[in-house]
Design a protein. Structure first.
Lengths: 111, 115
């Protein structure tokens, strides 16, 4: 099964709050889990990525939490800003193969 | 950082004509490039995987004779939409993977409108 399930579909957060987006996968062969940010009319931009040998990775305000046993991973955006308003996609791949994307989460950060 | 460009950024063509979209990795070599299609408010759907010097691998349901992919060099892949129809109107996005890494970098996308 190649699906990656993402939730929620949309999210509204107040400025300064924490945005949390979750993803779950079935394929245990997946070994690379990136998150992308996409603004309207633009291509996705790589935010942060994790391999299954670690449970957490932090880069600036963005943190990935990874739970291998539960086959879940999540993106946390700390101190959310209006400029973070975008669509976020989780993805997964096996080795260097193509990415399988989640359905996306539209984040709106209210000022 | 790794940069991928696409050209054109948008194109309008008439039904029955062909359109070529270029994807270039500007500061790294990409042995593998991927082509995706995205409809409004939807996720990215993989169309094909392009390997330099070999034939592209198409996903199930993607017509290889309609969407011609050529990966002529380590920095250039092209997608040609042949005999375009209005239902081919979409946002086409390429990505490239650094030959030595895991990361996949996306181009800015090409908006195709077929009238």
């Amino acid at each position: 099964q190649q699906q990656v399930k993402q939730s929620p579909q949309s999210l509204i957060v107040q400025k300064g709050g924490i945005s949390i987006i979750n993803c779950a996968y079935e394929n245990t062969a997946f070994d690379y889990f990136p998150w992308y940010q996409q603004f309207p009319g633009k291509g996705p931009a790589l935010l942060i990525a994790i391999r299954p040998d670690v449970s957490e990775k932090k880069e600036g305000r963005f943190t990935i939490s990874f739970n291998k046993s539960a086959k879940q991973f999540s993106l946390h955006i700390m101190d959310s800003q209006p400029g973070d308003s975008a669509t976020y996609f989780c993805a997964a791949s096996t080795g260097r193969r193509a990415l399988t994307f989640g359905s996306g989460t539209r984040l709106q950060v209210q000022p | 950082g790794a940069v991928v460009s696409q050209h054109p950024s948008w194109v309008i063509c008439k039904s029955g004509t062909s359109v070529k979209i270029e994807c270039r990795s500007l500061d790294f070599q990409a042995t593998t490039m991927f082509w995706y299609r995205q409809f409004p408010k939807q996720s990215l759907m993989l169309m094909a995987t392009s390997n330099e010097g070999s034939k592209a691998t198409y996903e199930q349901g993607v017509e290889k004779d309609k969407f011609l992919i050529n990966h002529a060099s380590l920095t250039l892949s092209t997608l040609t939409v042949t005999s375009a129809h209005p239902e081919d109107s979409s946002f086409y996005i390429c990505s490239a993977r650094d030959a030595g890494g895991w990361e996949q970098y996306f181009g800015p996308g090409t908006r195709l409108t077929v009238t």
